[in-house]
Design a protein around this ligand. Structure first.
Ligand code: MSP
Length: 499
């Protein structure tokens, strides 16, 4: 059985998850369920990045001990992911004992191998972003160049531990030139490669006199820089070093937003080379969800019109499925995607309610009314099966190229064909029971295929479809189906959804 390891970034719990964080997580869940459906041995990791100064600050603002705060936030994140039907295999927290052990081990090992050394650091530093900014990026106003932050920078002078990133420049260039498909999309690949070719500087990997965080094992005055700690989560998650599940590591797919590609495509592979571990198979960067005014939706600037937390706690599962569908169906993966409630409502009504929902409801109603709730395979259905097969292989190709919207369009196409079949054959006018059975069996066969292909995006809906027709698996080799009950999958919504 082929194995695959899928990861999301670990999120800073300095505020509630929003629609942007949900986007990454839904994509990862889609891929994870897709590969499960294709019988891969999947391991899906997500979690929280807790050892950050901004998390400590958020706890202070909330008048809580940092540990108590991160514990509560971890519960909230898990609750929200559960509501969104995110089926992760492990939720990692960087305060977990096993992670502290791995991060410490990694730091020590890099030091022992000569990749970490102590030196003096002087430069512009943003406390909020925990980022050292090169002079070339810092303007006259000495404000953080990150547009979402723009806080005052401080001139930091301290002895620090450095990682020899510069030593990996040539090896990284060679790796990416020989493996141009590792980074997706191509535009990010080009960006990363030209960044490396411009020359890599060694980076500071510790902070002095910061209390919250993992201590440098051989110098307790220092904590490990949050990004080194955070990136290590990907190997802690599968047991590194003592119980390392290397078969997952061989095929790891890291999914993230474009904002953090350089950490993943430059620093992380360098650390892995230093540890003599294989490099990631895929580094996949999506675009940002943006507001109508084209601003990135973020914790600091807001813009989450869905208000994720309220949305998932106050809406029934079919609307939560609709949100997943909307995120995957809208826009083109890799590009920025404007988010609007109008588009959500439009997609809901046209594709979920009027296409899939209506199809299932019509077919089941006719079988219940005119065939005593049962249909049998009596004729050859290979002509429809072939059409569906060709859409299915296109769907597979699209998914494996991260073209989720186009993949889902293939399912819409299958539903269109089935709906058209109903209109053309007018089953409500067919009196010949055998003829009606054969038509309805074909439609049921089509619906089972749709349920299967919708599963990665709409797991709840997909199971509901199977339940209603009394099946327990997506095996499309069916002989007989008996309708168990009928329930609208997506009742029409009139206006913009309010939570
Ligand atoms: N803790 C680091 C990641 C460490 S991974 C080793 C971090 N955390 S974060 O909470 O800021 O989350 C960043 C991730 O959230 C982005 O990379 C992206 O995946 C997701 N998104 C946050 N806002 C987003 C949008 N507006 N749109 C799409 N994704 C967004 O960085």
């Amino acid at each position: 059985m082929r194995a695959i390891y899928i990861t999301t970034p670990i999120y800073y719990p300095n505020s509630d998850p929003h629609i942007g964080t949900a986007y990454t997580t839904c994509i990862a869940d889609f891929l994870s369920r897709y590969y499960k459906m294709k019988n891969y041995d999947v391991f899906f990791l997500t979690g929280n990045d807790e050892n950050s100064v901004k998390v400590e600050e958020a706890a202070r603002k909330a008048n809580k001990e940092t540990k108590e705060y991160v514990d509560q936030m971890a519960i909230l994140f898990k609750d929200i992911w559960n509501k969104l039907h995110i089926e992760y295999d492990k939720f990692i927290r960087t305060t977990d004992e096993e992670h502290v052990r791995t991060a410490t081990y990694v730091f020590q090992k890099l030091f022992e191998e000569g990749y970490i050394y102590k030196s003096f650091y002087e430069g512009w530093y943003c406390k909020n972003c925990e980022t050292f900014w090169p002079k070339s990026k810092v303007g006259e106003d000495k404000k953080c160049p990150n547009v979402e932050c723009q806080r005052e920078l401080e001139w930091l002078k301290e002895d620090n531990y450095f990682f020899k990133l510069s030593a990996f420049q040539d090896r990284l260039i060679e790796f990416y030139e020989n493996n141009p498909d590792v980074i997706f999309p191509k535009s990010r690949y080009n960006e990363v490669l030209s960044f490396i070719k411009m020359g890599l500087q060694d980076i500071s990997v510790s902070r002095k006199n910061v209390e919250w965080g993992i201590k440098v094992p051989f110098d307790k005055e220092y904590t490990i820089y949050v990004w080194i700690d955070a990136l290590t989560n990907y190997i802690t998650g599968i047991g590194y070093p003592d119980n390392f599940k290397a078969h997952y590591w061989e095929n790891v797919h890291h999914i993230m937003g474009k904002d953090i590609i350089r950490f993943h495509a430059v620093i992380w592979p360098s650390i892995l080379m230093a540890l003599k571990l294989p490099l990631p198979k895929k580094i996949i960067a999506h675009g940002w969800l943006i507001t109508a005014g084209k601003e990135k939706i973020s914790k600091s600037k807001g813009g989450d019109i869905f208000n994720l937390k309220d949305f998932v706690f106050n809406n029934p599962p079919h609307l939560i499925m609709a949100l997943r569908y909307y995120l995957l169906r809208e826009g083109s993966f890799g590009e920025d995607i404007p988010v609007s409630l109008e588009r959500f409502t439009q997609i809901y009504n046209s594709e979920l309610a009027n296409n899939f929902g209506n199809l299932v409801s019509r077919v089941l109603a006719i079988i219940q009314k005119n065939l005593d709730g049962q249909v049998y395979k009596q004729t050859d259905i290979s002509s429809l099966a072939n059409i569906i097969d060709s859409f299915t292989s296109k769907y597979y190709n699209y998914v494996e190229n991260y073209e989720f919207s186009k993949a889902l369009e293939m399912v819409v196409e299958i539903a269109n064909i089935l709906n058209k079949k109903i209109e053309e054959n007018k089953p409500w006018e067919i009196n010949d029971r055998e003829k009606l059975n054969n038509l309805m069996f074909e439609l049921i066969f089509g619906i089972v295929n749709i349920a299967k292909l919708l599963y990665p995006a709409l797991p709840y809906t997909s199971k509901k479809i199977l339940e209603q027709i009394g099946l327990s698996s997506f095996d499309t080799n069916i002989e007989k189906v008996e309708i168990k009950y009928r329930e609208a999958l997506f009742p029409t919504i009139k206006n913009i959804v309010k939570t």
